[in-house]
Design a protein around this ligand. Structure first.
Ligand SMILES: [Zn+2]
Length: 114
């Protein structure tokens, strides 16, 4: 899966988990103010961190490179040295040295020795 999509899915999940925890806080822990406030804080932090992840994606998106996928010929974005096409999951790379090699998330590390 393309990295940006994966991060977005993660941010979405955080929002739902946060809302779910707050829901539990209100309806399950309503008898205990301490448990309720703890759960509310955890839920709130979860929603907040998802907002931060969204902001982070926004910043990352400015660094992506638009390319045309050789497989499905649609336009997609590459984040880092190696990424997957957003439409067909075709592995894509910007690095000529890695072309034809099996693509691996390890290649995204700055000091990776190939
Ligand atoms: Zn594609």
């Amino acid at each position: 899966m393309a990295k940006i999509n994966r991060i977005r899915t993660f941010a979405m999940a955080l929002i739902f988990i946060g809302i779910f925890i707050m829901y539990i806080a209100i309806f399950v822990f309503s008898g205990s103010p301490i448990l309720m406030s703890i759960a509310m804080i955890i839920g709130f932090l979860s929603v907040m961190s998802s907002t931060l992840v969204y902001l982070w994606i926004g910043m990352k998106s400015t660094k992506t490179v638009r390319v045309q996928c050789p497989n499905c010929e649609k336009h997609t974005k590459i984040l880092g040295r190696v990424d997957a096409c957003m439409h067909c999951n075709e592995p894509l790379t910007l690095d000529k040295e890695l072309e034809g090699k099996e693509l691996d998330a390890r290649y995204n590390r700055k000091n990776f020795q190939s």
